[in-house]
Every structure is written in C-alpha cells, then in structure tokens.
Design a protein around this ligand. Structure first.
Ligand SMILES: Nc1nc2c(ncn2[C@@H]2O[C@H](COP(=O)(O)OP(=O)(O)OP(=O)(O)O)[C@@H](O)[C@H]2O)c(=O)[nH]1
Ligand SMILES: [Zn+2]
Length: 295
C-alpha cells in the first residue's frame, strides 16, 4: 500500500478514474466514511488515495478552486465561450449568460469570436469595447482555416478548459484544429441525436493540447439553475463592483431610485447590452418558465 495524488478524470458507476501524478491511471473507490458526508466528487477534483497497484481508495479531496454544477466539473482554468460572428449571428444575451455562469462559479473566461471572415464591419470592435475593459480576452478566429488560433492555444496548453457556445458556432471545427488527436465522445454527434440518450450531468476530462478538455453532452445548453436569484449580480463583475453604493441595501438595480448601477449605465460606464442581459437574467431566474430552452 502506498499513497498517491492525482486528478479525477471520470466518474462512473461508483468508480473514480484518477490520473495519478505518477503517471498511473488508478481505478478508485471511495472510503466508506467519505460517502456518508454526501460530498459529491467531480471530474477535475484533485484527490489523495491509497494505492495498491492500479487500484485505489480515495482518502480525501483536496481544496477546489471552483466548481461548475452543470456539467459537474471542478477546477477549470478557463471557460472558452465560442460564438460565431455570423451564421448564426451572435447573441449578446447568450454571451453574457455564459460569462455570468463562469463568473459566478469563479472560473476565468474568454470570448472566442469564430467565423471572423463573416463579421460585419464594426462587430469585432464592438465586442472588444464591451468585454476587454471587463478583463475578458476577445479572440477573433477563423477556425475553418485554422487562423488566429495561437492566443487560444496559449490559454489552453497544459490547462483544464471547457468550451461552450451555441450550436453551429464552430466548436468542433475549432477543437479539431487545436488538437487533431482529440476524439470527443459527444459534442458534435450528441447534438444531432438530441439529449435523450445523455441524461448524465457528469463530465469527463479528456487529454487536450497538453492539458484537459471537458467532454460533456450539451455544454452549449446553459443551465442557469446554479445562478441564484439574489446572485444575478454575481455574474456581472461591473455590477458587483457597484455593490454598496446604491441608496438601498439589497438594491436590485432595476426600479429603485438612486441606483449607482443605473447611473453608471447612463454615464456610459456599463454597457447597455450588459445591463439589459442582467435584467433579463434576473427575470428568468424569477420565473423559470421564461427561461429560453435553447439558451
Ligand atoms: N465561414 C466560416 N465557417 C466556419 C468557420 N468555422 C466553422 N465554420 C462552419 O460552421 C459550421 C458549423 O461548424 P461546427 O464546427 O460543426 O459547429 P459546432 O459549434 O461544433 O456545432 P454543433 O456540432 O452543432 O455544436 C460548419 O459548416 C463549419 O464548416 C469559419 O471560421 N468561417
Ligand atoms: Zn442599484
């Protein structure tokens, strides 16, 4: 018996597959006393285990940097929100939903604008002017021709990343260029088959460009259920920044007087499209029936 550390790359049927830091792929079970804690371990979690050959018993989960609920995955280094400049047209609301999800979970995010060959004049500049000041890198690419990929590769290499975005934005094309050896189990195919077969929300990590990529059905299908009602602002760093400055504590930044967020929108410090997204997300969280299925 020896002790090892590693990363859960897949959970299945009560087994945890752990990529050991020593290069061994361990098939693990969990110690009984850990099960009772009702603590859910996720792909991406770093663990300590007792090993016997390639079999292991997980003893403890090391502290997490972040956790995404749907898909369930821990310790993401970056979420790449992939949108097309055209065909299909990008939706600012959808961009903001993905970024808000990452922000609320504490995951760094970047905005990939694919099909830059189809971008109408001014579109990329508009994205840059809204998102770069907030700290989100804006990365225009032409995935089909493999153009502009270096800044993405830089962020991906050796890291654990997830790619999200609407169907048709060109994720599969992009991933194939970034790492031609990648064969996603789901993604491209699953979106054609539909979601029925894939009822799991459990993600799997696949080796990708020297790091890992999250493989999961329907990652483009953003699930807002993890953004809590009073936390809609948590998804918007520029709105969170105004916290405590409004006249009323608990200001929702919608109808209240002397609201610093609304004032900042009027002064041009917060982009109107971001504020509009915030309001829509708040409404949708209040009334789940209004949530767009497709988004
Ligand atoms: N004009 C243009 N078309 C592109 C580019 N990249 C991808 N496409 C096309 O966009 C279409 C969709 O690309 P996919 O890679 O299948 O998109 P996806 O996001 O994986 O879509 P789903 O599988 O539905 O999730 C394909 O016809 C690609 O050839 C690009 O840079 N420019
Ligand atoms: Zn306010």
């Amino acid at each position: 018996m020896s002790t090892a550390t590693g990363r859960i790359i897949k959970t299945y049927n009560g087994y945890y597959y752990v990529a050991g830091d020593d290069g061994v792929l361990y098939t693990c079970k969990v110690k009984g006393r850990m099960k009772q804690k009702r603590f859910i371990m996720a792909a991406g979690d770093r663990v300590e285990l007792e090993a016997q050959g390639a079999e292991g018993m997980i003893r403890q989960v090391l502290p997490r940097q972040n956790l995404l609920q749907r898909p369930l995955v821990a310790n993401l280094d970056c979420l790449m929100a992939v949108f097309a400049c055209g065909d299909p047209d990008p939706s600012f609301l959808l961009v903001d939903k993905l970024l808000a999800l990452a922000e609320a979970a504490g995951i760094p995010a970047a905005l990939v604008l694919n099909k830059r060959d189809l971008a109408p004049a001014g579109l990329i500049d508009r994205f840059r002017s809204i998102y770069e000041p907030l700290g989100y890198p804006v990365l225009p690419v032409e995935a089909r021709e493999g153009l502009g990929l270096e800044p993405i590769l830089e962020r991906v290499k050796g890291h654990t990343v997830a790619f999200g975005g609407p169907s048709g934005a060109g994720k599969s094309t992009l991933l194939n260029h970034l790492d031609p050896s990648l064969t996603l189990k789901t993604g491209h195919v699953s979106s054609k088959i539909g979601r029925g077969r894939h009822t799991t929300r459990f993600a799997e990590l696949l080796p990708f460009a020297g790091g890992y990529i999250v493989d999961t059905p329907g990652f483009g299908n953003i699930d807002l259920s993890e953004l809590q009602m009073d936390q809609a602002a948590d998804g918007f760093r520029e709105i969170r920044k105004q916290e405590g400055l409004c006249r009323f504590t608990g200001c929702t930044h919608t109808h209240e007087p002397d609201c610093e967020v609304k004032a900042a929108v009027e002064r041009g410090e917060i982009a109107p499209s971001r504020y509009a997204s915030y309001c829509t997300i708040r409404q949708e969280l209040a009334d789940p029936k209004k949530r767009g299925k497709k988004s």
